[in-house]
Design a protein around this ligand. Structure first.
Ligand code: PMV
Length: 298
């Protein structure tokens, strides 16, 4: 029996702009999906949503992992701290943790690079398209600049996630990416500068993270939120949580991930106060921490 866990992630800067080749910064957070893999006489996948065999409707990521690694007979048990489809990389975390657990249980000998690469292929096969960000950050952990994959220093302040518990549908990211593309086709002179400006935050962010300048980092997160709103991926619920966090003194707060509902993220040195404000504004607050550790054996 082998148990592995892999973390989810937030975007400090750059979602949507990365689709157009701009830089982003993603950070692993200490919210994990744990997967226990055990040799068995048939395939069994069990999670909060039920127990199945190979099933591409209910457990598409784990089913693809098993298929890719050689259709072995394995029993897989999943438990997760990550809300599904909310921009925190839950599908990457389950994919990477399953790859790693089966890799150990069956002695397949893949290294982290290969696990990250297979994880990205599986996300693409299941979703049609996927950036390598989530699977990379889930495998290696830490604070990572995309697309360079440069590892930055750790962000050492508190982090609170606010979940609107709205809009978590499997096709949400694709729909919002399409919306931005449409806007850009129609108004390239308006939208391109917005996208480039969002990309510039990840460049500046690198230095601010190094200097532990969380005040400036937060200020730029606030601007990034405004620009995501301008691209039409915000919602009133997301903005209420963002403003609730800022009004209680968070360094900064913004949407994380595709938007259209899902989650926001705040940097703060008083996480409990920010969490209470998010809850009072109707969100579900998750106080967490950034983590250096990617996928690991438990
Ligand atoms: O909501 P998430 O965590 O899947 O993030 C989507 C990020 C986008 O930039 C909108 C799309 C992408 O694949 O990079």
């Amino acid at each position: 029996m082998a148990t592995c866990s892999a973390p989810g992630k937030i975007y400090l800067f750059g979602e949507h702009a990365v689709v157009y080749g701009e830089s982003a910064i993603a950070c692993a957070v200490e919210l994990r999906t744990r997967v226990c893999a055990k040799r068995s006489d048939s395939v069994r996948i069990s999670s909060d949503i039920g127990t199945t065999g190979i099933d591409f409707e209910i457990h598409p990521y784990v089913s693809k992992v098993i298929e890719k690694l050689g259709s072995m007979k394995v029993s897989v048990e999943i438990s997760s701290d990550l809300p599904v489809g909310s921009g925190l990389g839950s599908s990457a975390a389950v994919t990477i943790a399953t790859l790693a657990a089966i890799n150990i249980e069956f002695g397949l000998g893949y290294d982290h690079e290969e696990i990250a690469r297979m994880g990205h292929e599986i996300e693409k096969e299941v979703q049609g398209a996927a950036s390598p960000t989530d699977t990379f950050v889930s495998t290696f952990g830490g604070v990572v600049q995309i697309p360079s994959r440069k590892r930055l220093s750790m962000v050492e302040c508190g982090v609170v996630i606010g979940n609107t518990n709205k809009g978590a549908t499997p096709k949400k990211t694709a729909k919002l990416v399409k919306h931005v593309a449409m806007l850009r086709d129609e108004y390239p002179d308006v939208i391109d500068p917005i996208i480039r400006t969002i990309g510039s935050f990840a460049e500046r962010g690198e230095l601010l993270v190094r200097d532990r300048d969380y005040i400036s980092l937060g200020r730029l997160m606030n601007v990034n939120h405004g620009l995501l709103d301008a691209l039409g991926v915000g919602t009133s619920e997301l903005s209420s949580l963002v403003y609730a966090a800022r009004n209680t003194g968070a360094f900064g707060a913004k949407i994380t991930g595709a938007g259209g509902g899902g989650c926001m993220v705040a940097l703060t040195d008083s996480p409990d106060r920010v969490a209470s404000a998010i809850e009072a504004a109707g969100g579900q607050a998750i106080v967490t921490a950034f983590t250096k550790e990617g996928v690991r054996q438990e």
